[in-house]
Write a protein that binds this ligand. Structure first.
Ligand code: COA
Length: 182
């Protein structure tokens, strides 16, 4: 079962595995890694990463960073904190600024290489759309690189309607209230 969980130390062991699996930080879309100077795949590194990411969720006074919520994508059984593991990252931006409207969109996500093609991205996106609806976002913008077949497919599965392809990015709008059944 795919769940969105909040960053917390109970997930430190599988967070560490996940970061190692990604290898390159740049691939960890939706993790908020750009807020951290470095990310160390250890329990201490996990604690530092959580503190950094949670401190970056509010909008900055200069208006360059909008408010967002960071989630870790977990594969959980009935007792999430005991039998779950982290398989990816997702960020939900509460509003769009110029960059997000052009390229980034409301939601960014990634799944660790070892756990791809198991439906996690599609289900995590559907869950995030429900969270977006709760924030009052009726239409979410979700983007992906024009050649990112898997991400485009996940977006379309969640009801995405292609708006345009701009600067190599496919820009989709998804009606949030009708998109939670992926
Ligand atoms: C894109 C990404 C998130 C997809 O994650 P995932 O969990 O493997 O996706 P899903 O299992 O939900 O698959 C979504 C669809 O894409 C298809 N798919 C997955 N990987 C694919 C691939 N490599 N080639 C073609 N289709 C693929 C799946 O079959 C599925 O289609 P279906 O619903 O018709 O069966 C993952 O590959 C990733 O993290 N990539 C790097 C970061 C990234 O690109 N993030 C998205 C940018 S916002």
């Amino acid at each position: 079962m795919t769940s969105l969980v909040r960053p917390a130390m109970i997930w430190a062991a599988s967070w560490t595995d996940t970061v190692r699996d990604f290898g390159a930080l740049e691939a960890m879309n939706g993790s908020g890694h750009w807020h951290a100077e470095q990310v160390e795949a250890t329990a201490e590194g996990c604690a530092r990463f959580i503190a950094t990411v949670l401190a970056s969720e509010s909008a900055d006074p200069a208006g360059t960073r909008v408010a967002s919520t960071y989630y870790w994508i977990a594969d959980c059984g009935p007792q999430a904190s005991v039998d779950g593991e982290i398989v990816g990252f997702l960020s939900l931006r509460h509003e769009l600024n110029e960059f997000l409207r052009a390229e980034g969109g409301h939601i960014g996500y990634s799944i660790r290489p070892a756990r791809r093609r198991q439906g996690h991205a599609t289900r995590a996106l559907a869950l995030a759309l429900a969270r977006a609806a709760e924030l009052g976002i009726d239409d979410a913008l979700v983007t992906c690189d024009d050649n990112n077949v898997a991400s485009a497919r996940a977006i379309e599965r969640c009801g995405g309607t292609l708006d345009d392809v701009h600067n190599g990015k496919r820009r989709y709008w998804i009606r949030t209230t009708a998109s939670t059944d992926a």
